[in-house]
Design a protein around this ligand. Structure first.
Ligand code: SAM
Ligand code: DTB
Ligand code: SF4
Length: 324
């Protein structure tokens, strides 16, 4: 099996994007089979535990106080409500529960409350994931002690395009938080968004940033922009479906041991497009009818898709020799 690389050059990545589609998908799928059961898709359910009124200016986001999206703001949810939602997610088949908050960074007081949520969700037998914005080193240590499994913090786009999307925090701020999460020994979930009007080179550059981190993120969410009225990116040029599939395939090739998550944007994708994404190496999704503030396909729809494709949400014993 190939060893993991952290020295991908831009021209190598651009060459992958330029491959004939069949050659790219074949290469990605072969690599996928070497390390993963190709018929298993891990499912996580999201919950927004604190919604809206965010001081950051992310141009895609419904939750930024600077955007004009029609959104009901909500303070930090009570513990009991979070536990109830997590219990339902588990009953519906989720293996991980991800809690997101519209903060630039959590205060230590808020972190205490979130830690109680992590402990309660874990006690239900679910893996836990948080996305709360920037963290300090000390905060990551506390989350590790609480037993947090994953922290999601996205690079969002290329360093070159970043200034068009966010001005209230730097790329380096994001890299710093990712470093603290990694140092603390929490699994890193880090990816980005495509379909924000970026060029193909920006997608190559984002994937280069991710693949050349000292350790690949264990989970790489590839979001397709959910266009939200009242945000600056409403009306942005949409990404071509096959270019989206190519982005998944290149992520799989650059980070062959990582879980590649087909994330936001699935309500706008056909079954056929999602099937190609799974073939290209996507092996996790968000499951349940809501992402943070926007719609996701409901459980029934996803179960039908999984049935049609013969995909499982439950991990089976993998005989690697049979898949090689
Ligand atoms: N406030 C925290 C932060 O930004 O780090 C955590 C929550 S934030 C909503 C988590 C991620 O969701 C963002 O980094 C972005 O990649 C993704 N996201 C937000 N709005 C999106 C949209 N409209 N379409 C696609 N992805 C989106
Ligand atoms: C990620 O990369 N995508 C998720 C999760 N991490 C937190 C969030 C998607 C949000 C989509 C827009 C919304 O529902 O507000
Ligand atoms: Fe705030 Fe996160 Fe939305 Fe940016 S992406 S506006 S930081 S909630």
């Amino acid at each position: 099996m190939n060893s993991l690389r952290h020295d991908w050059t831009r021209s190598e990545i651009s060459a992958l994007f330029a491959l004939p589609f069949n050659d790219l998908l074949f290469q990605a799928h072969q690599l996928h089979r070497q390390r993963f059961d190709p018929n298993y898709v891990q499912v996580s359910t999201l919950l927004s535990i604190k919604t809206g009124a965010c001081p950051e200016d992310c141009a895609y986001c419904s939750q930024s106080a600077r955007n004009q999206a029609d959104l009901e703001r909500e303070r930090l949810l009570p513990l009991a409500e979070v536990v109830e939602k997590a219990r339902t997610a588990k009953q519906n088949g989720a293996s991980r529960f991800c809690m997101g908050a519209a903060w630039r960074s959590p205060t230590d007081k808020n972190l205490d409350k979130v830690i109680a949520m992590v402990e309660a969700v874990q006690a239900l037998g679910l893996e836990t994931c948080l996305t709360l914005g920037m963290l300090t080193r000390a905060q990551t240590q506390r989350l590790k002690q609480a037993g947090l499994d994953y922290y999601n913090h996205n690079l969002d786009t290329s360093p070159e395009y970043y200034g068009e999307i966010i001005t209230t925090r730097t790329y380096q701020d994001r890299l710093d938080t990712l470093e603290y999460v990694r140092e603390a020994g929490i699994n890193v979930c880090c990816g980005g968004i495509v379909g924000m009007g970026e060029q193909l080179e920006d997608r190559a550059s984002l994937l280069q940033q991710l693949a050349n981190l000292p350790t690949h993120p264990e989970s790489v969410p590839i979001n397709m922009l959910v266009q939200i009225e009242g945000t600056p990116l409403h009306g942005a040029e949409e990404i071509d479906a096959l270019d989206f599939v190519r982005t998944i395939a290149v992520a799989r090739i650059l980070m062959p041991a990582s879980w590649v998550r087909l994330s936001a944007g699935r309500t706008a994708m056909s079954d056929e497009m999602q099937a190609l994404c799974f073939f290209a190496g996507a092996n996790s999704i968000f499951y349940g009818d809501k992402l943070l503030t926007t719609a996701n396909p409901d459980e029934h729809k996803d179960r039908m898709l999984f049935d049609k494709l013969g995909l499982n949400m439950t991990e089976q014993e993998l005989d690697r020799t049979a898949n090689a």
